[in-house]
Design a protein around this ligand. Sequence first.
Ligand code: MSP
Length: 519
Amino acid sequence: MSKVFYITTAIDYVNGQPHLGHAYEKVITDVIARARRSLGQEVFFLTGLDEHGQKVQQAAQAEGKTPQAYCDQLATDWQAFAQKLELTNNDFVRTTSARHKEFVQAILTKLHAAGEFYQKTYEGFYSTKEETFLTDKDRRPDGTFDPSYGEVIKLSESNYWFKLKPHQQWLIDYIEANPSFVQPDYRRNEVLGFLKNNELEDLCISRPASRLNWGIPLPFDKDYVTYVWFDALVNYITIPAAHGDAAVLATAPGFGLKTADSSLSLWPADVHVIGKDILKFHAVYWPIMLKAMGLPLPKQILAHGWWQKDGEKISKSTGNIVDPVAVINEWGLDAFRFYVVRELAIGPDGNWTDAGFKSRYQAELANGLGNLVNRSLSMLKRYRNGIVPARHDELAPDAAKAIAETRALLESSELQAALQSIWLLITRANQYVDQTKPFSLAKDPAQAKRLDEVLYNLVETCRILAVLLWPFLPGTAGKIYTQLGLLGAPEKFDTSGWGGLPAGHAIGEPAPLFPRKDV
Ligand code: MSP
């Protein structure tokens, strides 16, 4: 039984339609998943929806629907969106599904029996918008609460709480001893700073059903539902359990929906890809929940930054949005995937501008990659009837460099840097055309051998590019392969070594990859 590479995204609230931020996170996760498969690993990629809690209940009410009917309808849109992005997810979790709800209840039963929860009445401040309790420590220097909390009310309420204080020191030690656990480094420092400078408050894991009933009932007290974050985080182990992961099933003996499959090992997750805003939930609460359950911690929490548009917050109310579906319909999926991965490294915040998008499309996709592939294949067609000449290795060292760098960068999930390395090869090959001038060589019969050499170098570079680009631009990589007359998809990194195209091979029909647009 070998461990599967298990990667997850955050699960999105279904209180509206997907936007650029959601699309970005799903695309970078898909690129990592495809890259790992290409590198020969078995991968399980999970994404899905967070359907409980007040935000969803209120959104349903606003449309005059029951929360379940509202979620069912929107889940169809979100699943269609995952397909639009050509995500290669292996499952799609919905937190209102029976498999999830029953697993959460089994975990709650176990932790309750182990004495991890206690009941107390809390009197203090509460942000209805964020569904969270606030203390005086959350006040800003001027005494007010951050506007992101919305209306803050005084509340006196009895609830169940999860003991966090006993876990503070080991978590600090763990994060210090495992530098790759929270990435990038500055996010790890943020978590350590928080843990070292604050005493952890216990986590309220329930909400009275009389106030909020759209949640998973506590199995040990039907007057309460589970706090939405406690419910949502568990999705990362619900699905391994639902697929029969023995280690996860052993931790929730009451979960009767599945028996163990000894050939499956998903947990611990290799990477949880999340946005910077939900770091505390993943790097503080989630590890403590897992420790209390007796499960190992995920290997990495990879926190990406937030997108703005034109330097301003993305916001439905001000109309400052990027509609990923509209962009994909106009420019193609791969143009969208390319822009978001190339523009922004995983970590810092990014800024979408339509001008920046068009400029990368024109310069890097149409004039860079598209032009190289189209002129290389068209010249082979025109001058050699589409038949690959004898192998020649002039560009082999450039390709070898791009291959080695891309492999290393994919292994460390440095996706933007990997694209930069691949584009160095594209630029080099385009320069090679300009320097060797195959169109002039073709006019001189004495240069026939030289023309063969140049054409081999060009088409072989195109083949290698298809393999390197597969995780990022699967549609384009597939088209390059087809135009090269190769069967299947360029989905195995190991086939990127120089010399894969045999002499005598007949290529297919060249066609533009990125139609030029008047912009
Ligand atoms: N439901 C919770 C996550 C639970 S995970 C167990 C949630 N949902 S969300 O819909 O608000 O956000 C989902 C993901 O999208 C988060 O990782 C969040 O950071 C990301 N993004 C939302 N807006 C974003 C941008 N403007 N830019 C980049 N990513 C952003 O939080």
